[in-house]
Design a protein around this ligand. Sequence first.
Ligand code: EPU
Length: 464
Amino acid sequence: MNAARLNDDANERGSAQNHGASVGLTADKITIRGGIPLIGRIEVKGAKNLVTKAMVAALLGETPSVLKDVPNISDVRIVRGLLEVHGVKVTEGAKPGDLILDPVDVESAHFAAIDAHAGSSRIPILFCGPLLHRLGEAFIPDLGGCRIGDRPIDFHLEVLRKFGAVVEKQPNGIRMSAPNGLKGAKLELPYPSVGATEQVLLTAVRADGITELKGAAIEPEIMDLINILQKMGAIITVDTDRVIRIEGVERLLGYNHRALFDRNEAASWAAAALATDGDIFVGGARQAEMITFLNVFRKVGGAFDICDDGIRFYHPGGDLKPVIIETDVHPGFMTDWQQPLVIALTKAHGTSIVHETVYEQRFGFVDALVEMGATIQIHKECLGGHPCRFGQRNFNHSAVITGPTKLHGADIVVPDLRGGFSHLIAALSAEGTSTVSNVGIISRGYENFIGKLRLLGADFDLEG
Ligand code: EPU
């Protein structure tokens, strides 16, 4: 195995198009010799889908915030860059993974600077509420993110308008202003969107009056964002039935917070252990936020031991079993968990169904698996048992996986973040050699995945 060309240059900035370089990964292609069980211990840090929002929340404080367990991933780099162009001073703390965010000198940024830093991330939309409070205006460039469906921002714009924001579409993005300040509102989301719920939280905490949000998302990452906002001085009540009430306050201070662990990364390594007949201890993983995943993992035939400092995931021997999964909002089975788990399902004895109900287009990654020998058919119908909002709309959103099949090596190209990790697992579990290209995108959400693969005994070479 070649020495992975990694460096930890904390000052290196990267555009979103160059995800890997921004976190020190210079290779974009991995040649993997598969068939080796992944065995060992790795650690997961804070959740990408919390840390990036927590960084935005720091904009609302009058004093600096300290965020702990921040992973070195390119999505964090993008948000850091965006905060810096708005005058937030971001420095590393004494311990690895600590970030200090000082928002005292927040200022407007030029469109070109925002655009250059936003890259393909969707996080800029969440800057709107805090910037409207701080500066009275905000600009967001056209948004990116993984290509896993249309990923519109209509819910975001609708709730911002209800708070009193004036939204103007411009050729290269959206400009917002709040000439009369932002006021609490009665809101209801048509779907429990994670991002739109965060938008409401980040805007309502400093709006004038009370906000009631019905149909809110209640993912653990959202609950941790609420923990952070409460530390800052916000008053937020989470009621039953997806109702969140926020009493706006006049000032918020900085926070000191250790981020919730990344349960998507933990589930990805768990799936890698199962698919490679391996045994991986994921340090930092916790049971409470993974209950739904653990149930499915056990039903497929995986085993786990819950420990104080993490969770051990392993293949206990015997045949893997087929399952029927419907992805859903929390507390359902997360959409981000299906792609890695599908590789284990190609090895299960029987027919599995995965009905994707969160994103309409999240099976782009299976073409490569079919090329590697998997038997997977994609259908437009809702096959999981419950009709979903994509059922009558011609979206390829149900997968039928028939196993067991032996995967063989192939040349594959990573399409998106979670699909990319799934491709890595496929190559690691396949017989023979695979070349996986465009792996830089995986650095958006998986810290030092090359180093972790090496720790777990994978056999691979990197190419520029
Ligand atoms: N939606 C709309 N309009 C909107 C917003 C969302 O129609 O204005 C739809 C989306 O198109 C999608 C559904 O609502 O069909 C759910 O989207 P949601 O807003 O919940 O997703 P998100 O906030 O854009 C976050 C994570 C995703 C994760 C989803 C679901 C971040 C940065 N991203 O996305 O993570 O899959 O919630 O849990 O937090 C990933 O990590 O790879 C990833 C894609």
